[in-house]
Write a protein that binds this ligand. Structure first.
Ligand code: ATP
Ligand code: MG
Length: 421
């Protein structure tokens, strides 16, 4: 996938020293292509600032860098760092929402011979076909884009006769971008996450089980620009702490997409028992989920989160029928976002694998919901019945009490203090 990481253009020495200038290869930099951020009209400066803050948070612990931005592109330079450190920076940028492509590029002076030299060397270990794609952000450059592409392509072909030219579907696209003060030469890029910068769409609270679905739901909302906090209900004191460990590892894994995640944990066992004692029977599961949502709403108020997020998918389990989902919406005033509502389990699992949460979700644990599952689960819960159970329980006060007694954890992917948005 990351061909540019092991190409000879990236010449990292184990001792961390840089040898780029000595070889005249040009400084290695990270060039990133932005997606929808560029479309946002007059709000653009705000979005760009948000993205830049998120980039800084994601680069925590790496050497200092200089950031410059022009329309649709962000460039990071680390002039004193080793190639290895620059490659690490590029790898981190692949997690930052709002970035569509990450390229490791050589920064070359605006001199045609220098460009040709770097281009030729960067193709040295390649086989198969190639094409040169040139573009000029600076129209004063003496050659047009197509002249530049033809010139560089000819030189590469002459130096490496085993390579063939294929302009339509090349194995390697060698890219030359002429900028204001310099030229960037690079080959294949690495896909980023796309989406919008985290924090741009506000703040949400994810109801996070230890299962497969809720981490994927969190990821999808982060990718649409929500900064999220997480709330987990454990069955304690009637279960062990395993589900908390799972929730913690899941949030840690997701933290690399937003930097600075908070996980709130509620011991829910006693409340579940109270629900059962109030005669919930077949409504036990839906009544529990309503109490979870009410607790989440009380906490969201304190956190200034303006939406709740769950991993519900229509019809996936009996508590997720349309009637039951309607009954869940009735429990709170805040909107409940359900990004997985129309997805198949196989699609959800595929995405969970891609974001690195599937293996954690599949670890065994004692989920609080399975603890008091009735033999038969109501698939068409009536809101009036649920409200009656809640009156007996004094559910609003119970939710306030649970929300006031949460435990806070800060699972961090890159270590303490990284906090963006
Ligand atoms: P998941 O894989 O996310 O656990 P699921 O398919 O097992 O989902 P349910 O157990 O019905 O489905 O849960 C639906 C949603 O309710 C979850 O995606 C999550 O948002 C929320 N939820 C369920 N259990 C918990 C819990 N213990 N703590 C926090 N949220 C929960
Ligand atoms: Mg579950």
């Amino acid at each position: 996938m990351s061909a540019s990481l092991d190409s000879p253009v990236v010449d990292a020495r184990a001792d961390g020293a840089t040898r780029t200038s000595a070889q005249g290869l040009g400084e290695l930099c990270v060039l990133m292509k932005l997606g929808e951020v560029v479309l946002k009209g007059s709000n653009r400066p705000l979005f760009e600032r948000r993205l830049q803050n998120n980039i800084r948070a994601a680069a925590k612990g790496l050497p200092e860098f200089r950031l410059s931005q022009r329309r649709g592109v962000i460039m990071l330079r680390m002039p004193d760092a080793s190639d290895l450190e620059v490659a690490q920076l590029a790898e981190r940028m692949r997690n930052v929402m709002g970035i569509v492509w990450v390229h490791l590029v050589r920064r070359v002076p605006k001199d045609l011979d220098a460009v040709v030299d770097v281009a030729v060397r960067s193709m040295a270990d390649r086989s198969g076909s190639f094409a040169v794609r040139a573009r000029r952000r600076d129209k004063r450059f003496p050659l047009t884009s197509s002249e530049l592409a033809a010139h560089v392509g000819g030189a590469v072909k002459q130096a490496h006769p085993h390579l063939t030219v294929n302009l339509k579907q090349p194995d390697h696209a060698l890219q030359i971008e002429v900028d204001k003060d310099e030229v960037f030469v690079f080959t294949d890029g690495m896909p980023g996450q796309g989406g919008l910068p985290v924090g741009m769409s506000g703040r949400g609270l994810v109801l996070m089980s230890g299962g497969i679905d809720s981490p994927v739901a969190a990821y999808r909302m982060m990718r649409r620009g929500l900064k999220v906090d997480f709330l987990h209900f454990s069955g304690m004191p009637f279960t062990g702490p395993e589900s908390i460990y799972k929730a913690y590892s899941l949030v840690r894994q997701l933290d690399r997409f937003q930097c600075g995640s908070r996980l709130y944990v509620v011991p829910f066992g006693k409340a579940q028992q109270q629900i059962r004692n109030s005669g919930a029977e077949r409504l036990q599961i839906v009544a529990q989920r309503r109490l979870m949502l009410k607790t989440a709403e009380a906490l969201a108020d304190r956190l200034r989160a303006t939406a709740l997020i769950t991993g519900d998918a229509l019809g996936q389990v009996s508590s997720q029928t349309l009637a039951n989902i309607t009954a869940l919406d009735d429990a709170v005033d805040l909107p409940i976002l359900r990004p997985l509502i129309g997805m198949d389990k196989t699609e959800i699992m595929e995405q969970a694998r891609a974001i690195g949460t599937l293996a954690i979700s599949e670890l065994p644990d004692e989920d609080c919901c399975t603890m008091l599952t009735p033999r038969q689960v109501e698939t068409a819960a009536k809101i009036a019945d649920l409200r009656q159970i809640e009156r007996r329980l004094d559910a609003e006060e119970l939710a306030e009490h649970l929300a006031a007694n949460v435990q806070l954890h800060r699972p961090s992917f890159f270590g303490e203090q990284a906090d963006a948005a």
